[in-house]
Design a protein around this ligand. Structure first.
Ligand code: C2O
Ligand code: CU
Ligand code: CU
Length: 530
């Protein structure tokens, strides 16, 4: 480490990857972490987004050439929107594409008519002007396309961005807050590229079943980049914006991620984690200490979530079975010609791969060096009271594979291309724009019991944040998990849900699996709040 550190000091404040760093891990890629532009709602609250076609370069190697993408006001992804509690954000969303879109504010507690779900369609060339009254704790939310049936390809193409809610009345001075320096937005995605560098979306057959996954990890639009950070505490706003991949994050050197926030706001106190699982759409704010001056590498263990392996069973059983299983599937993907089941190149014995790197920049002064004991701005513990009713949701991938998953039937089915009639469902019913699945009432607390039997599904509810009561019968500690809007269900989860905003029949709220290929295939329902 001494030699490395000496070299590090020599690398000074260069934002490009120092040559030594590339050599240190002998990896072929890694450009500087792009920091998305910040779009702050001014006094008028006005913000603007334009959905456009673009050409984007993801990095060296595959993805090193420009490839067609989608973005908001830039070629790939969008700016980080910053809105304030107590203010009204007026966002002009212009659709410069030749296809219709919707733009959903994932995590915002706003009424159905401005929520941006499948009913809030924006025709090509049209502009949608929602006024969002922000009234919720400081948190890291996001926005993304949500038109029914094409959410997967549109988000994959790049129609997504981070959205930060600030609470000016309760600023938390104990947390790093210099955007792009010690407060880093990290939009984590995986993408698949052809040999000639074109980004591809191929969600048919197995990829529809498993969800679209790629073998390159992309952070803020760059393949496995490196971030220059000060030698102190750095706040990472992590968003899993993958279509389907569940990330199992850890630092290679074992350093802690002190989680300070979940989807719906800050936790009462930091919780030290060595590993952090983030399913699609989940967010976490963590503090990482780089005071030792050492470079560090963030890894993820592979995603074994598959109906063929009994959900995440392989994961629980430890590395071997699962990594072996994925290897075998990689081979099958190869047979299919797309390599669509290949995991990113492993760098650890358990198959873990690189997500990104951090290199300390001596020229950046550390502003925060001490981990706060408590977080003044923490979202208050729920006082939701006794639920007035229990509702049950069973998430099902059936209907597309006909139960013939094991053995030769799968490959035969794929070969014949016989899975064009897939219909995934909740409570046996695939999503229907014309059917309201349930009606809730404002201010009433409900207990939602969500069951996923065949594989793990990230279950998301629009319009509110909820509390996870139990996972597989075991109580979940609110102090360490906080307010959430998406929860990975691998078995059964019980959620305490309450709505403060309304949603009518013409723009109802959604509940759905956030594996976007499952959502597009019908694993979604809609509800009103009166
Ligand atoms: Cu992030 Cu209904 O979605
Ligand atoms: Cu949402
Ligand atoms: Cu799912």
């Amino acid at each position: 480490m001494h030699t490395r550190r000496g070299l590090l000091v020599g690398a000074a404040a260069a934002l490009a990857v120092p040559a030594w760093l590339r050599g240190a891990w002998a990896a072929p890629h890694g450009s500087a972490l792009p920091i998305p532009p910040l779009a702050q709602a001014g006094a008028s609250g006005a913000l603007r987004l334009e959905a456009i076609d673009g050409t984007h370069t993801f990095g060296a190697g595959r993805g090193g050439r420009g490839t067609p993408t989608l973005g908001f006001s830039q070629p790939f992804l969008g700016p980080v929107l910053r809105v304030q509690r107590g203010a009204t954000a007026r966002i002009d969303v212009q659709n410069g594409l030749r296809e219709a879109i919707t733009v959903h504010w994932h995590g915002l507690h706003v009424p159905g008519e401005v929520d941006g779900g499948p009913h809030n369609e924006i025709a090509p060339g049209a502009t949608w002007r929602p006024a969002l009254e922000i009234d919720q704790p400081a948190s890291t939310a996001w926005y993304h396309a949500h038109r029914h049936g094409v959410t997967g390809p549109q988000v994959y193409g790049g129609l997504a961005g981070l959205l930060i809610v600030d609470d000016p009345g309760a600023a938390d001075a104990a947390l790093p807050r210099r955007y792009g320096i010690d407060d880093l937005p990290l939009v984590l995605q995986d993408r698949l590229f052809t040999a000639d560098g074109r980004m591809v979306y191929a969600a048919r057959g197995m990829a529809a079943m498993m969800g679209m996954r790629g073998d390159r990890i992309v952070v803020n639009g760059a393949i496995t980049p490196v971030a220059g950070v000060p030698a102190g505490l750095v706040r990472l706003r992590l968003l899993n914006a993958c279509n389907a991949r569940i990330l199992h994050l850890r630092f290679e050197d074992g350093r802690a991620m002190h989680q300070v926030g979940s989807e719906g706001g800050l936790l009462p106190r930091p919780v030290a984690r060595r590993t952090l699982t983030l399913a699609p759409a989940e967010r976490a704010e963590v503090l990482v200490d780089f005071a030792d001056g050492r470079a560090a590498r963030l890894l993820s263990a592979p995603d074994g979530n598959s109906p063929m392996m009994g959900g995440m069973m392989g994961m629980r059983g430890g590395g071997m079975g699962r990594v072996g299983g994925m290897g075998g599937m990689g081979g099958m993907g190869g047979m299919g010609g797309m390599g669509m089941f290949a995991e990113p190149e492993p760098v650890a014995a358990d198959g873990a791969f690189e997500v990104m790197r951090f290199a300390v920049e001596p020229a950046l002064a550390a502003a925060v060096r001490t981990l706060p004991q408590r977080l003044a701005q923490a979202a208050p513990a729920p006082r939701l009271g006794e639920p007035v009713r229990r509702r049950r949701f069973v998430l099902d991938t059936h209907g597309m594979m006909g139960g013939g998953m094991m053995g030769g039937g799968m490959m035969g089915g794929m070969g014949r291309g016989g899975m064009g009639t897939m219909a995934m469902s909740i409570n046996g019913r695939p999503f229907d724009m014309a059917r309201i699945d349930l009606a809730a009432r404002r201010g009433e607390t409900e207990l939602w019991e969500v069951r996923a039997s065949d594989m793990a599904h990230p279950f998301h509810v629009h319009g509110t944040s909820f509390q996870v009561l139990t996972l597989n019968g075991r109580p979940v500690d609110f102090e360490s998990t906080g307010w959430k809007d998406t929860v990975l269900v691998d078995g059964t989860a019980e959620l305490l849900v309450r709505f403060s905003r309304g949603a009518g029949e013409h723009a109802p709220y959604m509940f759905h699996c956030h594996i976007l290929e499952h959502e597009d295939a019908g694993m979604m329902g809609q509800f009103t709040v009166a």
